[in-house]
Design a binder for this molecule. Structure first.
Ligand SMILES: C[S@@+](CC[C@H](N)C(=O)[O-])C[C@H]1O[C@@H](n2cnc3c(N)ncnc32)[C@H](O)[C@@H]1O
Ligand code: SF4
Length: 459
């Protein structure tokens, strides 16, 4: 039996309900974990739950959802407190009940708190941890989580850490859309592949070893999903999660399917700029007869010393060419930069922004650098003299920042410099929001207004 329970972070819970659901996806999970089947939509009371004789698993999902996300959480509680999660688990505690938690960068503090409290209350079952915070630790996972018993990579506390990672079989993973787990709705997030063939030293999507290779979902599944998306006219906004949509073997086929089916909503695609091909841009233009495609390019920095240290060489000639091509085709484009990089200064940060303005990039985002587990920058933190803090750079920046440490000082910039870079990033975000609201396809007008805003700030 699985009890799935989820909370939405950053809000305080009033009610917490374990909710047991019967669903094809869960049926598969249950088979995998050899669990008993559960009754549809039934909430078991404590006694019922504890009298079931087989081993049981409570899956805890501590999600960070944004306002426009679909209600993926099985129980969306308006508020959140880690102690309520502990109370909920302890209510069901018995030696036959294990608890499994997904660990992400945004819930790290909450997970640590829950694990500590479960230990303190002598939770009698096994505590199982999975998720990126576990998968990406190369060695020594027990030092990060001394109060967990089993790590989904797979590793048992007390045994030698072989540094393995959990690998999901994309070929057999059921589609949440085609299996009706997620119903058609205004906004959805969609995946056609996982991982990225590049090796940027700050990024968790990078191909770091065999277990972290870029992989795609089966073409037949993705094409069927494209049809499903286009057929449901209430789907108005699709954010594709692939870190580099244009790096796979059949992204052009996906575009063709969406064109053929006349998809009518918004489509946001993260792409590597140097891999942009004419055939792709032609298809974007074609799709835009009915839809509204936004291309999101990473640039991070135009400074060659910074590019070298983050292992992110940008071919600036190609970057310039592609930025011209998208402008000529009137394709909506966003470019993201990072501030807080090793070797960066306020001047070099402003130069990266100037490059974007000079090439009339309509929307520019600048994100504060996070040191993510398993990435080379995380490993080199001390050597590079990178100083972290939980301070939020700016609430205007469209990224989860709460409870996540960011680099706020380094040998090349002070904390005060970081504060100034945060202000600049905030002003870019304010401009971006205004532009997104009033976007009418006239790039020059928007870029000028963005530049004016920025100049107002830096004067
Ligand atoms: C997944 S990437 C998509 C763009 C595309 N893959 C590329 O790099 O050209 C999304 C953006 O998130 C930002 N990002 C990724 N890892 C980050 C980190 N550790 N700290 C701050 N920002 C990060 C980068 O600006 C990156 O361009
Ligand atoms: S930043 Fe982009 S290109 Fe670099 S590894 Fe991550 S996803 Fe790939």
């Amino acid at each position: 039996m699985l009890v799935l329970s989820s909370w939405v972070l950053a809000r305080k819970p009033k009610v917490i309900n374990p909710f047991i659901v019967e669903h094809p996806l869960l049926a598969l999970l249950k088979r995998k974990f050899n669990c008993l089947s559960a009754r549809k939509g039934i909430v078991l009371n404590r006694e019922e739950f504890q009298t079931v004789t087989q081993r049981k698993l409570i899956l805890i999902s501590l999600d960070w959802t944004r306002p426009k996300d679909p209600p993926l959480s099985l129980v969306n509680v308006p508020n959140f407190l880690p102690d309520d999660v502990v109370e909920f688990i302890m209510m069901y505690a018995n030696p036959c009940i294990d608890v499994a938690i997904g660990a992400f960068v945004w819930n790290e503090q909450a997970v640590q708190h829950i694990l500590k409290k479960l230990k303190k209350h002598k939770f009698p079952g096994k505590v199982i941890l999975g998720g990126p915070q576990v998968s990406y630790v190369k060695k020594g996972i027990e030092e990060y989580y001394p109060y967990a018993d089993i790590f989904i990579r797979i590793h048992y506390f007390g045994n030698p850490d072989l540094g393995l990672s959990a690998v999901t079989e994309l070929d057999t993973l059921p589609s949440p859309f085609l299996n009706k787990f997620i119903s058609p709705q205004r906004f959805i997030r969609w995946e056609t592949q996982r991982g990225c063939p590049f090796r940027c030293a700050f990024c968790q999507h990078r191909e770091s070893d065999v277990s972290m290779k870029r992989r795609q979902f089966p073409m037949s599944r993705v094409i069927q999903e494209a049809e499903w998306i286009a057929k449901h006219s209430n789907i108005q906004d699709v954010a594709v999660l692939d870190p580099t949509f244009n790096s796979g073997p059949y992204y052009l086929d996906i575009m063709d399917k969406l064109i053929k089916e006349k998809y009518r909503g918004k489509l946001a695609l993260q792409c590597r700029i140097e891999m942009i091909k004419k055939e792709f841009l032609d298809r974007v233009v074609q799709l835009n007869d009915t839809a509204e495609t936004v291309l999101e390019f990473g640039l991070q920095t135009t400074n060659s010393k910074e590019q070298a240290i983050i292992d992110r060489p940008n071919n600036m000639k190609i970057v310039e060419k592609v930025l011209t091509q998208v402008r000529e085709r009137n394709i909506k484009t966003e470019v993201s930069l990072i501030f807080g990089l090793p070797e960066q200064t306020i001047t070099s940060f402003k130069k990266s922004i100037d490059f974007c303005f000079n090439h009339k990039v309509p929307v520019i985002h600048a994100f504060p650098l996070m040191l993510l587990r398993g990435t080379p920058l995380h490993e080199r933190k001390t050597e590079l003299g990178l100083v972290e803090s939980y301070e939020v750079a700016s609430p205007e920046i469209d990224r989860v920042q709460t409870d996540i440490p960011h680099v706020v000082a380094s040998p090349s910039f002070t904390y005060e410099d970081w504060k100034e870079m945060s202000k600049i990033a905030e002003s870019l975000e304010t401009s971006a929001k205004n532009i997104t609201k009033s976007f009418d396809g006239k790039h020059n007008v928007e870029t000028t207004s963005s530049l004016q805003n920025f100049n107002t700030y830096i004067v």
